[in-house]
Design a protein around this ligand. Sequence first.
Ligand code: SF4
Ligand code: SF4
Length: 165
Amino acid sequence: MNTVKFRLTGVIELRELKELGLLPPEERLKKGPVAILECPEQIPCNICVPYCGLKAIKMDKITDIPRVDWDKCTGCGLCVAVCPGLAAFVVDLSRNDYDYVTLPHEFLPVPRLGETVTLLNRRGECVGEGVVVRLWEKNKTRVVTVRVPKGLGLEVRAIWVEKKQ
Ligand code: SF4
Ligand code: SF4
């Protein structure tokens, strides 16, 4: 298992997620919204498991890497809301015009529906602009779905919201 690089940098790369088997296969990605749990650290946490009503997340031990059954997952986003590590995301790469990313947002200001926000990758680097299309909250964690340019669905993992006047 190749876990060395992200442990050194603190930022997991797409290639590493793929090597760890944490990315859904292409065919599943094309079908519609699906969860990606970017959680390879094997920390003692399994909160996402009981919250998934479809039992789509599997862990035998609390220190296992959580594995999503991508055929069961409907991309509801509940795991995004409850993950204390902000490591759960839902991506929808099934549309021809845009990708959609559902992510946790615990910073202020809170974006507004329809607002254009700055898109950040896993390193916190700006990769473009997107539009907030859905916004909800559970346990004080805001869950934001953002429409992003096609091709960025596997890159965008946070948003930056301009302060309102
Ligand atoms: S998105 Fe919903 S169905 Fe999919 S793993 Fe998360 S909680 Fe389960
Ligand atoms: S809730 Fe988050 S941190 Fe905990 S096991 Fe699930 S994905 Fe990992």
